[in-house]
Write a protein that binds this ligand. Structure first.
Ligand SMILES: [Zn+2]
Length: 430
């Protein structure tokens, strides 16, 4: 398992200038590598490997002085990044996809990455034989100090102040320096042993929406903070200032920075909320199985009436973080097919004959007469669907088909209800 720890770093003016020079150089290198591959692909139909490009880099480093001024590890990481982008491109070409997605020419890049090298460490044991033991250790990028700021070792640059607000865990493998509107940050990737999965005992399902951020299968709702709508007023002001200033002037650049900072703060608010929410679902509710829908967010964003609300809600980040936290803490996260979850009755399993529009907030079943909040009903359906999948059954659009008596007899259970709420999943209260 890999974890990335983020810390703010404070380079001096001279260090910052050097870093900006490196960023420019690496951007040029990345574009050159891209051009090289593009020409080879379009004229010969050939693929250039990362190894070939690294050989060319070696020659360039011997020839030109400006190549030698930038650390080699950073240049190699840039080439590897291009290689990764082209891997995806070649794969899409093979598949014959309509959109091949050519890797783009970049105007600027905002981060440098380097991998930490391993070196041989000699350990002397304090025994009579004076036995020597050699270990392959990765270098630690952090030098601890007695002051508030520790030091981050950067190749060819020296040490940069870093604020270690939490300790590093595991074995550090790579460091990335990122320039954001609010300053510089170091992302340190560490390798940790995998957390063993706990046995699933309690499950909870969530239905995400735009009116409320989410509704759980126990009927609890979470308000939607609508960060973008909050930020819109001030954003308009920033854009106005930007439009009134002369493009390319000092004051214009200042306005650009202010706008970027505003966007970054909105994004931070969103991430803060989602992080706390995921933690709450798993740890405060004491559940170890979380179930959600497998929504295709990119398709939903194309709905012109809802696109802003859906983008603002960042369901993509929410689902990714649910999966990540589950992996980190040894819990379970599953996604189920979202088809008809809000159109089916959770009590009798019959599909509503008329399609429920988004404006109708309660689900009234015309067959059994059950009346329940729309999102709560959907959340229970998601839980039931996961229970189906857990027993290895395929979900059928109409619940009736999986709930018939014959199937119940086959599994040795007496009533259809028992079939659904067998040992793993606790019965939701209706
Ligand atoms: Zn019903």
């Amino acid at each position: 398992m890999k974890l990335t720890f983020k810390y703010p770093v404070y380079p001096t003016k001279t260090q910052e200038t050097t870093l900006f020079e490196w960023l420019d150089h690496l951007c040029e290198l990345q574009n050159a590598a891209r051009h090289d591959r593009k020409v080879a692909w379009e004229t010969e139909g050939e693929r250039v490997s990362c190894n070939d490009q690294q050989k060319k880099l070696k020659v360039a480093r011997e020839k030109y002085a400006d190549f030698r001024q930038v650390p080699q590890d950073m240049q190699i990481c840039t080439l590897e990044r291009t290689d990764k982008a082209f891997d995806g491109f070649y794969r899409r070409c093979e598949k014959g996809a309509a959109k091949k997605g050519y890797p783009r020419h970049r105007k600027r890049i905002k981060s440098v990455t380097w991998k930490l090298r391993k070196y041989t460490k000699v350990v002397r044991k304090k025994t009579q034989d004076a036995e020597q033991q050699t270990l392959r250790v990765r270098q630690n990028p952090i030098r601890a100090t007695a002051w508030k700021h520790d030091r981050l070792k950067v190749p060819k640059l020296g040490e940069i102040k870093i604020y270690m607000h939490r300790p590093l865990e595991g074995d550090p493998k790579a460091v990335t320096l990122v320039k954001k509107a609010s300053g510089w940050y170091a992302h340190i990737t560490c390798e940790l042993p995998d957390t063993p999965k706990v046995g699933p005992t309690d499950a909870i399902a969530v239905d995400v929406g735009t009116t409320h951020y989410l509704t759980t299968s126990e009927g609890e709702k979470e308000e939607n903070p609508r960060w973008y709508r909050q930020a819109e007023g001030l954003l308009h002001k920033h854009n106005q200032t930007l439009a009134r200033r002369k493009k390319g002037s000092k004051r214009w650049y200042k306005a650009v920075d202010a706008t970027a900072l505003h966007h970054e703060r909105t994004a931070n608010k969103r991430k803060d909320f989602i992080g706390k929410l995921v933690y709450k679902l798993f740890h405060h509710c004491e559940k170890n199985v979380l179930i959600a829908e497998d929504l295709s967010v990119s398709n939903m964003v194309q709905n012109k009436h809802l696109s802003k609300s859906i983008s603002d809600a960042s369901w993509g980040i929410f689902f990714t973080w649910c999966a990540d936290i589950a992996e980190r803490d040894g819990l379970h996260f599953h996604q189920v097919d979202p088809k008809n979850t809000s159109q089916t009755c959770a009590a009798c399993g019959k599909k509503s004959p008329k399609k429920l529009s988004l404006a109708i907030r309660t689900f009234d079943c015309s067959f059994c007469g059950m009346s329940l909040d729309r999102d709560h009903n959907a959340a229970i359906n998601i839980l039931l669907r996961a229970a189906c999948a857990h027993r290895g059954e395929r979900w059928v659009a109409n619940l009736d088909e999986t709930r018939n008596k014959n199937e119940a007899r086959d599994t040795g259970l007496e009533t259809p209800e028992q079939l659904f709420f067998s040992d793993l999943f606790t019965s939701p209260s209706l």
